[in-house]
Design a protein around this ligand. Structure first.
Ligand SMILES: Cc1ncc(COP(=O)(O)O)c(C=O)c1O
Length: 383
């Protein structure tokens, strides 16, 4: 029977090349590989994935995940499964972290600009959000230090250290160290949202925040959404044993058992079959070629108008338009021309980013990317 209820988070409007959503390409979902892993899981005849799971996460999954992470160039070479915790995706992990590390009315810090849903998540916890400036080397830790010296007392700082959403920039090593020092000196947690960490185009992607931690300050959030499939709703936290125990002992975790236990048992098989490694390397290849196409089209159609840095990984181009441009206002003209994007001010409550907009290169095929950028340029010429 037909239903008028939606099936997906986003239904792209017909006729629009929507470069606004940060979603993976449906063509690249590893359907056959997930099917093979499901069969393997069921053939084992073990029905424990259907039971409530261990609060830290399904042990065999945590072991396989630790082995997988340890062999990634862009990760640490010795991840201990005891330092991992299963989540139902980075969003869920961050929401629980906000519950555990802050009370209503507390001050928390975000980068400016930042992931557009995070401020909403923190508002739902009635937190007081303060933005910290960023530049091409990530968060400005000197500006942060000045605010801390002047009495700012946050409970935590939320950062996307590598291939930031929306800017694509990564925090350099000096600032990573500085950030951890500040967190220790002023006693706040660092929520490092590292969902793009493993999809860098170069071998020399920045090393994750956990490698700079010398105490209990860094809580790293990883996700299978960007490296396998977001519909699986599974991710992980990597942190010190003290932090992992806090998440494992949370009332929510204890009530329902480990998050997304069933999906994690399936992902364990995907990892053990070697399909996660091959998927990650395929995604990196495909995304790089789409980013190259977007870069080519931007210089062909909007050269001399927009400025940006070519991304070294992740999902996005962060475009700066000439002074006086307003990406909120321009959105209507762009959509009338059959293309969409995410306006800069969606990424900050400060309203400072009218001159910017974000384009995603992962969801659409290269030919559609070229056509989308052409449409954007036509709409721009008409304003
Ligand atoms: C920075 C960032 N964090 C978290 C998420 C969502 O992650 P998950 O699907 O694991 O909840 C996204 C998705 O776009 C993101 O860009």
């Amino acid at each position: 029977m037909a239903t008028d209820l939606p099936s997906l988070l986003v239904d792209i409007k017909p006729g629009i090349i929507d470069l606004g959503w940060g979603h993976p390409s449906p063509r690249l979902h590893p359907f056959d590989e997930v099917k093979e892993a499901s069969l393997k899981m069921f053939q084992k005849g073990d029905n424990s994935p259907l039971q409530y799971g261990a609060t830290q996460g399904f042990g065999p999954f945590l072991e396989s995940l630790a082995t997988f992470l340890s062999r990634q160039d862009a990760y640490l070479s010795n991840v201990d499964p005891h330092n991992l915790f299963l989540t139902a995706g980075a969003s869920q992990g961050l929401d629980l972290a906000a519950t555990l590390y802050a009370d209503s009315g507390d001050t928390v810090l975000v980068e400016e600009p930042t992931y557009f849903v995070i401020e909403k998540i923190f508002r739902e916890h009635s937190l007081n959000i303060v933005g910290i400036p960023t530049d091409e080397n990530g968060i400005d830790t000197t500006a942060l230090q000045d605010l801390l010296k002047n009495g700012l007392r946050p409970k935590f700082l939320y950062t996307i250290p590598t291939f930031q959403n929306p800017t694509g920039s990564s925090i350099d090593e000096t600032r990573r160290k500085h950030l951890v020092d500040l967190a220790n000196e002023y006693d706040f947690q660092i929520f490092a949202d590292e969902v793009y960490q493993l999809i860098g185009f170069d071998k020399d992607t920045s090393i994750p925040m956990m490698s700079f931690d010398y105490g209990d300050k860094v809580i790293s959030f990883g996700s299978f959404s960007k490296i396998l499939a977001p519909g699986l709703r599974t991710g992980w936290i990597h942190s010190s044993k003290k932090v992992i125990d806090k998440f494992s002992d949370a009332a929510l975790t204890f009530s329902g058992g480990g998050f997304n236990h069933y999906a994690s048992a399936l992902i364990k098989e995907v990892i053990d079959l070697g399909h996660l490694d091959s998927n990650v390397s395929n995604l990196k290849k495909e995304y790089l070629s789409r980013a190259v196409q977007m870069d080519k089209s931007l210089s062909e159609y909007l050269g001399g108008v927009v400025s940006y840095s070519f991304p070294k990984g992740g999902y996005y181009f962060w475009l700066k338009f000439p002074e006086g441009f307003d990406s909120d206002v321009f959105l209507n003209s762009a959509e009338a021309s059959g293309v969409s994007y995410r306006p800069g001010n969606a990424f900050s409550e400060s309203g400072k980013f009218s001159q910017y907009l974000r384009l995603t290169y992962t969801l659409f095929e290269a030919t559609e990317i070229a056509e989308g950028v052409r449409r954007l340029s036509m709409a721009y010429r008409d304003i």
